[in-house]
Design a protein around this ligand. Structure first.
Ligand SMILES: *Cc1c(COP(=O)(O)O)cnc(C)c1O
Length: 392
């Protein structure tokens, strides 16, 4: 299985068949598992063997299939599935950190990730230093001997800053810090995070892995030691387990993940090129454009440039709202990675909680919109967006 290519892993890795030999993965919609004897129950509580389950909060065969499939794809030894992407981010950080520990994090983060680092970890005595993730000197200055972990989104939401994973990992490993990467925007298809030195990779499966707007889910990928000895004890007792039904949706989503993400990224590139230099736009932000400040880093560390672009409307909030309201195919919503193209105005939605000064420092202006490119016909999308821009 280790020499299978991506598409083969996405269809087959982790599959477990019952005695019925079903083709499609079974949904084991059960909370508990029966033991033949009291002695067998005792033995399993002492140490569960492979494919021995106790309770669905700890593990479940359908969930296990999803964990094995994503671990095979990402190239990590193991994975633990969670109820949402945020349960994965929180689980990876909170299971590892203790009062007195020091963490360095990039400042440009998804709002809920920022909340965990800024509001929750600090409440329990963890010291967090924020840096501009694209400035390696700031990482070098912020880490110190004993820094426990560094955290960043390899491509940030929503401004698409690309962080040099190998360089930051080098700085972190020099002081013994663990590298925890939120890799949602890079996608599991384009990710090479493991070979770049990431130790723990976190995904919101809600995004590209489902990819069809149905279920929440998340996953923590890493070494057996981290996943089973650090993350699992925390997660199984605090209740962030993925439902078997949602795991099944994610498994079926993975079968088409490579095809979908590549098609969406191709359309994102075509849209970025078509819109670059448009009179109504102050900026088109897409790592695939040569003018993107981290274009070279993105090209070196990913096998594609992602499915999301950001557009900065010259006319500010009013122009952005007129643009959104004039779109016919692209829908206004705040998910991403979906088959449907989705657009959002971060300053008034996903990043509303931040102060204007914080938004300013993250480059989230009043004219900025985030466009997640779906699976519609590329020409139709370009036509919809360019026509709606006339209204802006
Ligand atoms: C959506 C998202 C999350 C959170 O995932 P949920 O499944 O919504 O909990 C975390 N990080 C990034 C970068 C995201 O885009």
């Amino acid at each position: 299985m280790t020499d299978w290519k991506t598409r083969t892993k996405l269809v087959h890795a982790g599959t477990r068949r019952s005695q019925y030999g079903e083709v499609a993965e079974a949904i084991y919609l059960t909370q508990g598992f029966v033991y033949d004897t009291a002695e067998a129950a005792e033995a399993r509580f002492i140490e569960a063997g492979p494919d021995e389950y106790i309770y669905a909060r700890y593990g479940n065969p359908t969930v296990r299939m999803f964990e094995d499939r994503i671990a095979a794809l990402e190239g990590t030894e193991d994975a633990f599935a969670t109820a949402s992407g945020m349960a994965a981010v929180n689980g990876a950080l909170t299971s590892l950190l203790r009062a007195g520990d020091h963490v360095v994090s990039a400042r440009a983060l998804f709002g809920s990730c920022l909340y965990i680092l800024e509001e929750i970890l600090t409440r329990y005595g963890v010291e967090v230093t924020f840096v501009d993730g694209t400035d390696l000197d700031q990482w070098r200055a912020a880490v110190r001997p004993g820094t426990k972990a560094v955290f960043f989104e390899s491509m940030s939401n929503p401004t698409l800053e690309v962080i040099d994973v190998a360089a930051v990992a080098g700085i972190a490993h020099a002081v013994g810090a663990l590298v925890i990467v939120d890799n949602v925007f890079a996608t599991p298809v384009f990710s090479r995070a493991v070979e770049l030195g990431a130790d723990v990779i976190v995904y919101s499966a809600t995004k590209h892995i489902d990819g069809q707007g149905r279920c929440l889910g998340g996953v923590i990928c890493g070494t057996k030691q981290f996943v089973r000895k650090v993350a699992e004890p925390y997660l199984k007792h605090t209740g962030g387990a993925l439902s078997p039904f949602n795991a099944w949706v994610m498994l079926k989503g993975m079968e088409t993940l490579d095809l979908r993400v590549r098609a969406q990224a191709d359309s994102a590139m075509a849209l970025a090129e078509a819109l670059d230099g448009h009179a109504k736009l102050a900026r088109v932000i897409y790592p695939g454009l040569a003018a993107h400040p981290q274009h070279a880093t993105a090209a070196a560390q990913m096998d594609g440039f992602g499915t999301v672009l950001a557009l900065d409307l010259a006319g500010g909030r009013e122009a952005a709202f007129r643009f959104l309201n004039a779109l016919e195919i692209v829908t206004i919503s705040n998910n991403l990675g979906d088959a449907k193209s989705i657009i959002t105005h971060p300053a008034t939605t996903t990043h509303q909680r931040l102060s204007p000064a914080q938004r300013e420092s993250l480059g989230i202006g009043e004219g900025l919109v985030r466009l997640s490119v779906g699976l519609e016909d590329t020409g139709d999308l370009i036509a919809d967006v360019t026509r709606a821009l006339e209204s802006a």
